[in-house]
Design a protein around this ligand. Sequence first.
Ligand SMILES: C[S@@+](CC[C@H](N)C(=O)[O-])C[C@H]1O[C@@H](n2cnc3c(N)ncnc32)[C@H](O)[C@@H]1O
Length: 331
Amino acid sequence: MSLAPDRIMELGWAFVPHRALLAAVNLGLFSALDQGPATVDELAAACAASPRGIRALANALTALGLLQKTAETYQNTPETALFLVRDRPAYLGGMLEHTAALADRFRDLAAIVRSGEAPEAVDQPEHGEAFFQELVPAIFGMSYPQGTAAAVALGAGDSLRGARVLDVAAGSGAFSLPFLQRDPTATAVAVDLPHVLEVTREFATRFGCADRYQYLAGSIRELDFGVAEFDVAVLGHICHSEGALWTQRLLAKVVRALKPGGTLVIGEMVPDDQRREAVFPLLFALNMLVHTSDGDCFTLREYQEWLTAAGCSAIRTVANPGPSPLILATR
Ligand SMILES: C[S@@+](CC[C@H](N)C(=O)[O-])C[C@H]1O[C@@H](n2cnc3c(N)ncnc32)[C@H](O)[C@@H]1O
């Protein structure tokens, strides 16, 4: 087998596709192309940029498969039209912009690997609250389709009516909003840090569901969620920052809050059991090293073990538009 340096070169230059994508989002290039195919000059005018800059950027994006080029015009691909045009429900531009801040924190990754300690761990509210206030609107476009997949899988508004939903670490409410939208008789309790709940309120109002939310402010490590009160409980992208110990405590508490027969939904980045193949979840686990005291991405086998210990059965997965399948379990 002959070895070529291509992959290492490509990884060494991986900051360029990242920055090209961010620049295109920042310039509104994909949104401009939502009006239809455009030439370099037309795009330059629409993005208030130089033709020279737009030519280089649009050609690089074309080579990356993020634009299609025909003769001298560029257009969105189905993927960029869906995820990178502003105001689309699955818009990921906000999340991409947030990755610029994340990238800064990776600057001295070797030092963090040496010490094993995140400099300003976001699982500590004094660092986390402001961070999460910015993060949760940015990840709405990733989380909301996952919440929708959960609501569909559980038959919200159909076989499941009048559900009481517990949204733990609710953020924007992306996981509970689809239940309330599909069923006008469903209600939810959103739990989060006080200032992040301001964001939850904004989204609940924007989606016309504000009157059906109750809010529980405080730390999920300390709050009690009651006993047998909820039909559905959701843990959207919280276990990874909590780490193994706090996740197991959280699962026990959340399962206790479910009515018998109620369903727990977990939205997460789930690597393969051997932790050697699932690229995005394993990169995200590195992100948890950089950002948290004890965070990690847990495998399906680990969740199965913990959920069983917490009193769940019928542990299953549901395909969804996110990075990993949703995990569902019945109390
Ligand atoms: C990655 S966001 C996920 C938000 C939302 N569930 C989603 O999937 O889009 C993590 C959420 O957990 C909340 N959170 C983190 N630590 C918390 C704690 N100790 N107590 C309450 N909420 C916490 C953050 O404020 C944030 O809203």
